[in-house]
Design a protein around this ligand. Structure first.
Ligand code: GLN
Length: 193
């Protein structure tokens, strides 16, 4: 099992260290050729507008979109969720290659600015105890399509969702010492972590 972490910008190191701590083979992914041989990819939080600019014109996102469409399991967290959302409420990323694929409508920065970052316990399907979820300039999932399963909610709003091979979360599961959400995702791939 080899898991890539999109490493253009943002919290990729934190995801890599969670995967390392779980004994999962993992690598940074910054170019289309790095997609070969991956069993899955994680798209970290950070700044989606920076990620789309860094990837612009490289053919990277179209190549990744094709892999995801062909079934490559992907987990987008925060900015990664924004990359995967089929619909955004603002036009700030219009004109840039994004990924899409996840049938949700997302509002960027809807949980407030950096200084309004917060963490809160959320219940997650499959976990016995609450997970302390950290929201940093987080996107909000405003609506979901029929095929989207809600795995967690905060204040009656979905914050972790799954549509087949595509997982998306508005918070940062890689911050802190609780690796259970990564484990759930890896279990869905058949990994025994
Ligand atoms: N606000 C960021 C964006 O719109 C996402 C924040 C994050 O990933 N923590 O890309």
């Amino acid at each position: 099992m080899r898991v890539g972490v999109l490493s253009l910008q943002g919290a990729f190191r934190e995801h890599l260290s969670v995967l390392d701590s779980l004994g999962v083979s993992c690598c940074k992914v910054t170019r289309p050729e790095h997609l070969d041989g991956l069993d899955s990819i994680i798209l970290p939080g950070g700044e989606s507008s920076a990620m789309v600019r860094i990837a612009a014109g490289t053919g990277f996102f179209p190549a990744l979109r094709e892999r995801i469409g062909a079934g490559l399991p992907v987990f987008g967290t925060c900015a990664g969720l924004i990359l995967l959302a089929d619909r955004l409420t603002d036009d700030s990323l219009d004109g840039f290659d994004r990924l899409g694929g996840l049938d949700v409508t997302v509002a960027r920065n809807a949980y407030g600015r950096q200084r309004e970052s917060f963490s809160a316990p959320v219940q997650v399907t499959g976990l016995d105890d609450a997970f302390e979820a950290t929201f940093i300039r987080a996107p909000q999932i405003l609506s979901i399509g029929n095929g989207v399963e809600v795995l967690s909610e905060y204040a009656d709003v979905p914050v972790l969702v799954r549509q087949g091979n595509i997982w998306g979360g508005s918070f940062h599961p890689e911050l802190g010492i609780d690796t259970r959400i990564h484990e759930e995702f890896l279990h869905s791939l058949g990994a025994t972590v």
